[in-house]
Design a protein around this ligand. Structure first.
Ligand code: CDP
Length: 254
């Protein structure tokens, strides 16, 4: 696989994108009736649905924080979401992704409003084609706003990386599997905070700066799609039960 050419002589990637192009992204807010908040995202060939419950009293008392809410993410991949049937249940990868996404989301909420509570976030990957942690985080942030959880700002997330020796934005599965590096970034444009940063592979400091800048700029674009999804939901549905909370107090006033 090492000798697969991922960028052709015209600078086009295997799916026709240029190096700095995102895959098409569609976000919908409030897609589930029985969750407090929800969102669905299609990002290239990724399909992910997120349901949020809470804030609700934390049943495991030893995990309660007396001064704040905590976020518990459960990232899960359906068996049919990948080429080779995935064994059901949480493996190491799912645990790792759940942990880093919990930490990122916790940074975006005004957690001292809800001491001793938990906000439970279920990220269900229905189809996976690389970048699911970023797409899942992007959708989870919309779902938390849809649940009316007060936030300092929405988290938008996107990976950049390196393929064929070139820095590119938003790697698809072929690029992720055979490329040189992958750099997932989670960013709150409103507060200019980076809440997720991982790196798999090798980048020089100059390549890192370029890749990081590309991902952050893409997050600004994705943030607008998140806002559009919330605006669409709440302008169509003004009588919705949780209408008073709408998209989280800080988010609606952005
Ligand atoms: O999805 P993300 O890029 O955040 O995570 P990853 O661990 O870098 O996985 C990249 C991709 O590999 C996933 O999106 C899936 O398409 C694929 N994958 C798979 O085919 N089977 C698995 N058990 C796990 C991942």
């Amino acid at each position: 696989m090492d000798n697969v050419q991922l960028i052709d002589d015209n600078g086009k990637r295997n799916d026709g994108r240029g190096p700095e192009d995102l895959r098409p992204i569609k976000i919908e807010a409030g897609v589930l009736n029985n969750a407090d908040g929800s969102a669905y995202i299609e990002w290239g060939k990724n399909k992910i649905i997120v349901g949020v419950y809470g804030p609700r009293e934390m049943h495991q008392k030893h995990l309660q924080k007396p001064d704040r809410a905590i976020v518990q993410v459960n990232y899960s991949m359906a068996s049919f979401s990948v080429d080779e049937r995935k064994r059901p249940g949480q493996g190491r990868r799912e645990l790792e992704i759940s942990k880093i996404l919990s930490e990122a989301l916790e940074r975006s909420i005004i957690s001292n409003k809800y001491p001793r509570t938990s906000i439970d976030v279920f990220i269900e990957v229905l189809e996976a084609n690389a970048g699911t942690r970023c797409a899942g985080l992007t959708a989870a942030s919309v779902a938390m706003a849809d649940a009316g959880i007060p936030m300092t700002g929405l988290i938008a997330s996107c990976a950049s990386g390196k393929v064929d020796g070139q820095v590119v934005l938003d790697l698809d599965k072929l690029e992720d599997n055979t490329g040189d590096a992958d750099l997932p970034v989670g960013y709150i444009p409103l507060t200019d905070e980076v809440v997720l940063l991982q790196m798999d592979g090798h980048l020089t400091p100059q390549e890192f700066d370029k890749a990081f800048g590309l991902a952050k700029n893409a997050c600004v674009e994705i943030h607008q799609l998140q806002r559009d999804a919330l605006t669409k939901k709440y302008s169509q549905d003004p009588d919705e039960d949780n209408g008073e909370d709408q998209a989280g107090e800080e988010v609606v006033s952005e």
